[in-house]
Design a protein. Structure first.
Length: 177
């Protein structure tokens, strides 16, 4: 598990390391949603759990929905805020295991390539379920040693619509049970 301190240390070069693969992954997810006939509406609220530098949150700007990103690494949150020149996205320092939102607060909750880094995976997924109204988009590294545990927990907590594999991640489109 990578800690917030690790991500604070690599914050300056984070996008150089991960931007291309994250954008590719997000386009894969967008195409998957279109294939499934799932549309994100302008009136939707979206929460990005483990938003990092905001790449995965900012990607959804084409939808014009209301976006919030959380991450436990302060340096990554600072980078996300710097990039968001028009202050269109709310970025909050928080962990997946303790989301500072009321129940059923978000129409869409996403967590892209972050679950394997949660301190307590089950608690983080319970929090995602708690704050979600409906659509949940999750991905995690295929090579994670926690792959089976993560997959089993997701299957036990959510109604799975689709499981897909892209180059590095397993991507799950699900709904709240």
């Amino acid at each position: 598990m990578n800690s917030p301190n690790y991500y604070n240390q690599i914050s300056q070069g984070y996008e150089e390391l991960h931007k291309e693969e994250q954008i590719k992954k997000l386009h894969f997810i967008k195409d998957l949603l279109e294939k499934l006939g799932i549309k994100i509406k302008q009136t939707d609220t979206l929460l990005d759990v483990g938003c990092g530098t905001g790449l995965t949150t900012q990607f959804w700007k084409y939808t014009n929905c209301n976006k919030t990103g959380i991450d436990p690494a302060i340096k990554l949150i600072e980078k996300a805020k710097e990039k968001d020149k028009n202050k269109e996205i709310k970025y909050i320092l928080a962990t997946a295991e303790n989301l500072p939102f009321k129940d059923k607060n978000f129409d869409i909750t996403i967590s892209i390539t972050a679950i394997q880094n949660f301190h307590d995976i089950e608690k983080g997924l319970n929090e995602i379920k708690r704050v979600s109204k409906n659509l949940i988009i999750l991905s995690f590294l295929k090579k994670s040693k926690k792959k089976e545990k993560i997959l089993n927990l997701i299957k036990s907590k959510f109604n799975i619509k689709e499981i897909a594999e892209e180059e590095k991640d397993i991507i799950i489109i699900a709904y709240k049970i």
